[in-house]
Design a protein around this ligand. Structure first.
Ligand SMILES: O=C1C[C@@H](O)[C@H](O)[C@@H](O)C1=O
Ligand SMILES: [Co+2]
Length: 304
C-alpha cells in the first residue's frame, strides 16, 4: 500500500498562475479539478480564481478531492502585523471552510517576484529591525492560524527577503517552532543555492508542507546569463514536474521516508500552459511518482 501519511497533490499553477492571471484563463475550475482526478492526485491548493467555499466544496466532494492550503502574500514589514492580521483572518476563515491543513505565508515586502528585475541578482535584504518585525509578526500570524486548526507554513521564495538557506536558517532560529513551520520548496531553494538537501536535512523537524518543483538546469543557466526576471524565467521553462529536470527526488523522498514525514507533497510546476499541456505534465509527474518514488516505500506501485 502507498504511504498513508503522505497525501500527493498537484497545484493549479500548471493550469493557471496567480502571478500572471491572463495565462491559462480558459481553464475553468471544473476542468482543473477533473484533470487532477484523471492524473491520480488526491488534492490541490487554492488558486486565486477558485470560487467561494460552498461552491468549491461541492466540486471537491463530487471528485473526492481535498484542499491542502493556499498562498498568502504577507506585508508584515510594510504594513505592520495588525493590518496584515485582518487579511490573514479572512484567509484562515476561507481555509477552514474548505478543510485545509496549512496556510502558506510568504513575506512580499520589497519582493521582486512579480517585477521585471533580475531575479538572480536583485533580491531584497531585510535590515535587523525588519527581521525582528517579520519574525514577531509571523509568530502572531501562526497563533491566528492555530485558532482555525491550520498550520502556518513559511514559503521561502526567489526574489524575496527569505530566499537563501542562510535566510531560512535565520527565520527558523528567530521564530517560535510552536507557531511557525516551514514549507520546503525544492525548486526555489535549488535555483537560489544550487542545493536542496541541506535545507531539508537542517529543518526537517519544522517542515510541515512540501512543494515538489523540478528545475531545467540549462534554462536556469540561460536565465541567469540573460538576467531574466522570475516571471520571464518560468515562462521560459525554468520549472517543470519532478523527474523532468535536474533534481534527484529519490534522494529527497528517501529522507522524508526515513524521518516519517507526514503531510502533503504538492507537485508545483509553473509553466506556460500554452506550451506545456497541464494534464500531460500532471500525468508525467504521477508516472514518475509511481515508478520512482512510491517503490522506495515498500516496493509497492499502488497510488498514494
Ligand atoms: O508556491 C508558490 C506559489 C506561487 O504563487 C509562486 O510564485 C510559486 O513560485 C510558488 O512556489
Ligand atoms: Co512553491
Amino acid at each position: 500500500m502507498g504511504n498513508k501519511k503522505i497525501s500527493w497533490g498537484i497545484a493549479p499553477i500548471g493550469w493557471r498562475n496567480d502571478d500572471i492571471p491572463e495565462i491559462g484563463a480558459e481553464n475553468t475550475i471544473s476542468h482543473l479539478l477533473s484533470d487532477i482526478v484523471v492524473a491520480g492526485f488526491v488534492g490541490t491548493e487554492v488558486g486565486g480564481f477558485f470560487p467561494e467555499p460552498k461552491v468549491l466544496n461541492k466540486e471537491l466532494q463530487l471528485r473526492n478531492l481535498k484542499i491542502a492550503g493556499q498562498w498568502f502574500s504577507g506585508f508584515i514589514i510594510r504594513d505592520g502585523v495588525e493590518e496584515v492580521s485582518k487579511a490573514f483572518l479572512k484567509h484562515c476563515e476561507y481555509l477552514k471552510e474548505v478543510n485545509a491543513a496549512v496556510a502558506v505565508v510568504s513575506e512580499q515586502t520589497y519582493s521582486i517576484q512579480g517585477t521585471e528585475k533580475n531575479v538572480f541578482k536583485e533580491k531584497p535584504f531585510f535590515t535587523d529591525e525588519e527581521w525582528n518585525l517579520l519574525c514577531q509578526g509571523l509568530n502572531e500570524l501562526g497563533k491566528i492560524a492555530e485558532q482555525y486548526n491550520l498550520k502556518l507554513v513559511y514559503h521561502h521564495h526567489m526574489g524575496t527577503g527569505i530566499q537563501t538557506l542562510a535566510e531560512v536558517d535565520r527565520l527558523m532560529e528567530n521564530t517560535d517552532p510552536k507557531h511557525v513551520h516551514l514549507l520546503y520548496d525544492t525548486g526555489h531553494i535549488y535555483v537560489s543555492d544550487s542545493d536542496y538537501m541541506t535545507l531539508l536535512n537542517k529543518h526537517l523537524n519544522r517542515i510541515k508542507h512540501i512543494h515538489f518543483k523540478d528545475v531545467r538546469q540549462e534554462v536556469r543557466e540561460q536565465g541567469e546569463k540573460e538576467g531574466k526576471s522570475f516571471l520571464q524565467s518560468f515562462l521560459a521553462g525554468m520549472f517543470t514536474v519532478p523527474g523532468d529536470g535536474c533534481i534527484d527526488f529519490t534522494e529527497v523522498f528517501k529522507r522524508l521516508l526515513e524521518t516519517n514525514y507526514s503531510g502533503w507533497i504538492v507537485i508545483e510546476a509553473e509553466q506556460d500552459p500554452s506550451v506545456a499541456h497541464p494534464l500531460e505534465y500532471a500525468l508525467k509527474a504521477r508516472k514518475y511518482i509511481n515508478e520512482e518514488l512510491i517503490p522506495l516505500e515498500n516496493g509497492s506501485l499502488i497510488k498514494g
